[in-house]
Write a protein that binds this ligand. Structure first.
Ligand code: HEC
Ligand code: HEC
Length: 220
């Protein structure tokens, strides 16, 4: 059977349309599945996904899609390890192990759902992880960031415990988010205990520092 050219063209366009539609809705389906898991597993009882609606039990997730590196959320939800040495929002009580874990298929869906929460405050500056001596001097000497954040130096684990660990910040945090966060931590969490440094850093030093923090990694 032969078709006239016009009919063939119509059939092809139509099939392409159906194909695009189905991949788009498969993705929307995954996010939708993630949304229902988030609700049914009680994640919302500890995490806010709405800016301005603070939940004191767990970190804000309304900018999760801008904060984390690709792949981190899924992997962490399958096997959560402590990020904050102290209980959330406390500087005296140690945190406990035992964050709820998810099966890989569910973690995948929840990660897709959380990836939809982007913040326009995080500009695409294209900062890349970079370990420079200037970055290290700012981090260690000038501003003493490790007074509150745990980092590794060779085999040694150094630093304070009141902030989240930064020893593996490079695997966890998007460098452009680190920049936006240090520039204005109050935007992300109004009750923050993280000091404001925007006045003590030039824009360029803030970039160098963000690239340095993003280079911190635990060798696996
Ligand atoms: C009982 C409260 C509670 C529940 C329920 C809970 N979380 Fe958490 N979540 C926390 C706390 C506290 C942390 C910080 C853990 C740490 O720093 O070690 C956390 C950390 C996280 C992080 C990393 C965030 C960051 O900024 O470091 C993600 C992602 C996350 N939770 C997602 C979820 C999902 C998805 C669920 C539902 C399956 C869930 N949580 C259920 C309290 C909770
Ligand atoms: C006085 C203690 C303190 C100092 C000093 C400090 N921080 Fe923080 N930082 C915190 C706390 C506490 C948080 C967690 C946010 C909160 O609880 O509000 C935080 C959060 C962060 C985060 C986000 C981590 C995450 O996973 O959410 C980054 C990145 C960060 N700090 C980088 C730095 C850098 C870079 C410096 C040095 C310029 C620095 N901090 C100095 C206390 C500190």
């Amino acid at each position: 059977m032969t078709y006239p050219k016009k009919t063939l063209f119509l059939i092809l366009t139509f099939s392409l349309f159906i194909f695009i539609q189905s991949t788009v809705s498969a993705h929307a389906g995954l996010e939708g599945k993630g949304k229902s898991i988030f609700a049914s597993k009680g994640c919302a009882s500890c995490h806010s996904v709405v800016r301005g609606k603070v939940n004191s039990k767990g970190p804000e997730l309304w900018y999760a899609g801008s904060k984390f590196t690709a792949g981190f959320v899924k992997a962490w939800l399958e096997e959560p390890v402590k990020i904050r040495p102290m209980a959330y929002g406390s500087i005296v009580e140690e945190s406990k192990e035992g964050h709820p874990a998810l099966f890989p298929v569910d973690a995948d869906a929840v990660a897709a759902y959380l990836a939809t929460f982007k913040s326009e405050k995080v500009r695409p500056l294209g900062i890349k992880p970079k370990r420079t001596s200037r970055g290290r001097v700012i981090f260690e000497k000038k501003l003493g960031c490790y007074g509150c954040h745990e980092v590794r130096k060779g085999r040694r684990v150094l630093g304070g415990k009141s902030g989240p660990k930064l020893n593996d910040a490079g695997s966890r945090l998007n460098p452009d988010w680190i920049y936006a966060y240090i520039a204005d931590p109050l935007f992300f969490y109004p009750m923050t205990a993280m000091p404001l440094y925007h006045k003590s850093l030039s824009k360029n030093d803030l970039k160098v520092l963000s690239a340095y923090v993003a280079s911190l990694k635990v060798k696996k």
